[in-house]
Structures are given as C-alpha cells and as structure tokens.
Design a protein around this ligand. Structure first.
Ligand code: P6P
Length: 300
C-alpha cells in the first residue's frame, strides 16, 4: 500500500515541506499515547475563556517543542496560545496554524477527536485560507486517520500496525449528501439559521453532531452534508476560529469539491484580522452551502 512519503514524492512539494508534513503527521502517535495520562481538565483557560483539557496543553506544548527544534518553522499560530509563537532563527520559511487537540471535551468520554493543521509558505500565519500550501487533520478514532491536501486533491491515510501512514483513499470528493449538524443553542439561533435547519430536515436529512469538528467534518467529507456553527443572538461571530479551524478544514472541503462559508461569503477569501478571529461556519456539500447562504440572505 502506498505510504505517506510515496504520495508526497509524487507531488510537487519541495523536500523541506515533505519533511515538515511527515514530522507533524507522525506526532499523532505520541499525542494518542498521551490520552490515557491526560484525561482531566488542566484548571486553566485558553484565550477564548474556554476551559483547557490537560491534553489541549500537552498536545500544544508537544507540537510547538517539536516544530521549534526542527528549524522548519518561522511562526506557529495555535488555538491554545494567546500570541503567535515565533522562531526567528529557523532556517525554514513556513508558518503553521493549528488546533492541537480539537474536541477535547470528548477525551473523557472516549469519542473521536482530532488535530487540525495548516501550513503556509512565507512565514506569515495570518494569510487567507486560499493561500494555504497544506491543509491536514489527524483524526483519533478507532483508527488514526490522516486527511491531507497539498493542493492536488484530498487523500486519506491510516496508521498501520508498524506505525506507518498508508493510503486509504485518493482524490476524495464530498458527495451531495443530506447529513447535517449544528452547534449553538437552538433558542439563540437567528431566523436565517432556523430556516436553513428546517430546510435540511425537510430534505430528510439526519442530524449528526458529536461535539468534535474534525470527527463531524470527516463524516461530511465521506457521506456528504453540512457542518454548521452559526452566528447566534449576542454572538455574531459564532464560536469557531477562522485561522486554526475554518481555514484548514475549508481548504480540504474545497479541494474535495465542497465549500465553506460564514453564511454570506467564501471564508477562504477572508484575510484574518488577528489569530483569534472567530467566524460563523458552514462547511460541506456545495449545494447545501448555497442553500445556507440563500437562507441567510433572505433575513439580512
Ligand atoms: P459546543 C470543540 O470545542 C469545537 O471547537 C468543535 O470541535 C466542536 O464542533 C464545537 O466546538 C463544539 O461546541 O458548543 O457544541 O460544545
């Protein structure tokens, strides 16, 4: 079976970028091994006032340490860091954006969580999503699965018993499905979002929402449908972050024939104002993204 390195050798990626991709992807092994000793909450909050799980901090510290020592990376923007972490002496010129452990509230209930990563050339972490060189996520489910694009389509790999990522699927495309999931509290949803969710139900869509963006998106990538975390009353920016969550996942979605929007525009064209730029998110099958934008438009 084709390995991650064999796939990368068939792409136009430069050698340092291939090495950086593999370095990040294989951190899934120590991260997964750390689950058992990091079940609790850390007693601290991140920059968003969200309680940090012990594994949030462990994964963040671990990846920053590994990338800092590698010399590949000039800057890291992490959901768990208030500011961009800089390595001015790095020989490489890449910027990494990451949510080191997305969905960490599910660690204690043994549900699937993930690591979301984007890589930019040029050392600047606050670039548009459409300018990503690499978008990838590691999903810690029954298998450890890597989903990645370097701009030539989406590929998935699974970690085998020898600890090697081997190809599962090539040129993954998001089908026009009807699964839907939405975060937020129903009685805080705005009219346009209410209308869109009603439309999804009228289409016979099934509700799939676990509390883990990576796991929920992976279902959408496979079966088609939409993941939403909308704006709400008093929360016009929604909850999720443009830089660390929306852009890498949205880049993968677009490469797979889907789309990502804030309900009014293609999120990949939005220039991040700051590392903690929050945004409403609709990501998945193109026809459902178009339907969501139509519902929002009727109420704006
Ligand atoms: P809620 C996890 O904190 C996360 O960023 C996503 O992974 C997930 O989809 C969402 O937030 C869950 O948020 O408000 O439903 O707990």
């Amino acid at each position: 079976m084709k390995t991650l390195r064999q796939y990368l050798d068939e792409t136009a990626c430069e050698e340092p970028l291939k090495d950086l991709i593999e370095l990040i992807a294989y951190q899934s092994i120590p991260i997964r091994d750390a689950f058992i000793d990091n079940q609790s909450y850390a007693g601290t909050e991140n920059t968003y006032g969200e309680e940090q799980a012990a594994l949030d901090k462990w994964a963040d510290d671990h990846i920053i340490s590994v990338l800092g020592k590698s010399g590949f990376v000039k800057a890291i923007a992490s959901e768990e860091q208030a500011d961009i972490v800089r390595f001015p002496d790095a020989f490489g010129d890449y910027a990494v954006v990451m949510d080191p452990l997305d969905g960490s509230s599910l660690i204690q209930v043994n549900l699937a969580v993930g690591t979301i990563v984007g890589i930019y050339r040029g050392g600047d972490a606050l670039q548009k999503g459409e300018d990503l060189a690499v978008a990838m996520y590691m999903l810690y489910g029954p298998m450890t699965v890597l989903t990645i694009t370097v701009g030539g389509g989406v590929y998935t790999f699974a970690l085998d018993s020898d600890g090697i990522f081997v190809l599962l699927k090539e040129n993954v495309r998001i089908p026009e499905g009807t699964l839907f999931g939405s975060g937020g509290i129903r009685n805080e949803w705005l009219p346009g979002h209410h209308d869109f969710i009603s439309l999804c139900e009228q289409k016979g869509g099934k509700l799939r929402y676990s509390g883990s963006f990576v796991a929920d998106f992976h279902q959408i990538l496979t079966y088609g449908g939409i993941y939403c975390y909308p704006a709400a009353r008093g929360k016009p920016e929604g909850k999720l972050r443009l830089v660390f969550e929306a852009n890498p996942i949205g880049f993968i979605a677009k490469q797979a024939g889907g789309a990502i929007s804030d309900g009014t525009q293609d999120l990949l064209t939005v220039l991040p104002e700051k590392p903690d730029h929050r945004t409403p998110i609709y990501v998945g099958s193109k026809s459902l993204i178009d339907a969501a934008e139509s519902c929002m438009k009727e109420h704006n």
